[in-house]
Design a protein around this ligand. Structure first.
Ligand SMILES: Nc1ncnc2c1ncn2[C@@H]1O[C@H](COP(=O)(O)OP(=O)(O)OP(=O)(O)O)[C@@H](O)[C@H]1O
Ligand SMILES: [Mg+2]
Length: 393
């Protein structure tokens, strides 16, 4: 069957009914399109008792159209990544019911009452379990896809399965190229023009960014989510779930925690310029960043000690060395995410939530400075607590 977009609701309903276990045979189903991202079509198919999500990848970016082609292999990668994560930490991903290669579509569990984490943070919602859940998710997905656990042949097969050139290329450009030159895709607040122009001349910073880019290009350490920002995470009081791993590939481990921490830092900067936001809530964000990092590395270290195949990687001194490198990588990638979300093409909803433009300039100025500090000081900060000292109160 040649590929076509789901033509109408009847096709979507038939697909969802056939490929999920949740609907009673006589149930009447309706369709709602809920695509709120940029790239794919996402639908909720529901009866009065149950619902599922159908996601379909067209051969281009949804909001741009055929002018920006994008490999549909991304949906295979998303399906396989969700499946792997389900085996390692089933509570942290929606269940995948079905993946259809010909339709470039998948059917998954509806997260229902979960709220987008980016929106939850903007609403000053406290999410007590989140750091523990995501530390668990990152430690297990990253460790069990790394050379610490896989044997050499399994690891190379994993790299091959998750070759993702189109989506990697887009990350390579928006993270490591555009923000460091006067690129037409950038979107720079007038208050940041001078600071951005200074950054473009900062040779030491650009050398660090080149090193991070080279790591991203060729350091095949573990299967990454590849886009682990707060908009890809959904929460309730008791549950945290991660979606949208279409940018997955085998890359540097620090990239996932770096992107996640960066998005907390972006929320922190934005909330600091919003009227009425409590200092206590922002302090909680700092604590979450520390808990995320310390929880993640404690579990990763424990897995290195217990489940690593090669004894040479189990040594306490090697583990300590490795995790210190990982902090430096994580802070570096965090810096690039903070910068690209502040002056690049794809920014964050937090900036629009600040109601006065001068305050947006202040928050973005803080973020741009912080991103550069993270990149330049990534090897010397030494602890996540020292990194948090860079923040205002
Ligand atoms: N399993 C799910 N349960 C409930 N809602 C979901 C689920 N998957 C996706 N959604 C909803 O659909 C929206 C878009 O999904 P997703 O982010 O996967 O799409 P995308 O096109 O890949 O987005 P992006 O452009 O950010 O990559 C999500 O923000 C969420 O609101
Ligand atoms: Mg996506």
């Amino acid at each position: 069957m040649s590929f076509h977009k789901f033509a109408d609701n009847a096709e979507l309903i038939a697909f969802a009914r056939q490929h999920s276990p949740v609907f009673a045979p006589a149930a009447v189903l309706t369709v709602e399109e809920i695509s709120d991202g940029n790239i794919n079509y996402v639908y909720r198919i529901k009866s009065d008792q149950a619902s599922v999500i159908v996601k379909q990848a067209l051969p281009f970016i949804r909001i741009i159209g055929e002018g920006w082609p994008l490999s549909q292999d991304r949906i295979r990668i998303e399906a396989q990544s969700l499946q792997r994560a389900a085996e390692l930490c089933p509570a942290q991903v929606p269940q995948l019911y079905y993946y259809d290669a010909a339709r470039c579509a998948l059917v998954m569990e509806d997260m229902g009452d979960h709220q987008n984490l980016r929106e939850a943070l903007l609403a000053e919602r406290v999410v007590p379990q989140l750091a523990a859940h995501l530390a668990h998710f990152m430690a297990r997905t990253l460790f069990y896809s790394s050379d610490f656990y896989l044997d050499s042949h399994q690891k190379k097969a994993l790299v091959k399965d998750f070759i993702n050139p189109d989506l990697c290329k887009s990350t390579e450009e928006v993270f490591f190229v555009d923000p460091y030159c006067d690129h037409e895709r950038n979107n720079i607040h007038p208050a940041l023009q001078t600071a951005a122009a200074e950054m473009w001349q900062h040779a030491a910073l650009k050398c660090e960014v080149a090193q991070l880019k080279m790591q991203f290009l060729c350091q095949a350490q573990a299967l990454l989510h590849g886009d682990l920002h707060t908009g890809s995470i959904f929460v309730t009081e008791q549950s945290s779930q991660v979606i949208d791993p279409e940018f997955g590939f085998v890359g540097p481990i620090g990239f996932d925690p770096g992107v996640l921490i960066a998005n907390y830092l972006l929320s922190y900067c934005a909330l600091g310029q919003m009227a009425g936001v409590s200092a206590h809530y922002r302090q909680g964000l700092r604590q979450t960043i520390a808990d995320l990092w310390n929880g993640f590395t404690a579990q990763f270290d424990q897995l290195m000690a217990s489940d690593t195949r090669d004894a040479s990687f189990k040594q306490a001194s090697y583990r300590q060395y490795y995790l210190q490198q990982l902090l430096a990588d994580t802070l570096g990638f965090a810096g690039t995410e903070v910068i690209r979300r502040t002056i690049g093409i794809a920014q964050v909803a937090e900036w629009q939530a600040i109601d006065n433009d001068a305050a947006v300039g202040v928050a973005k100025g803080q973020a741009l400075a912080l991103g550069q500090q993270l990149i330049l000081q990534r090897r010397t900060l030494g602890t996540i607590e020292a990194m948090l000292e860079l923040l205002d109160n």
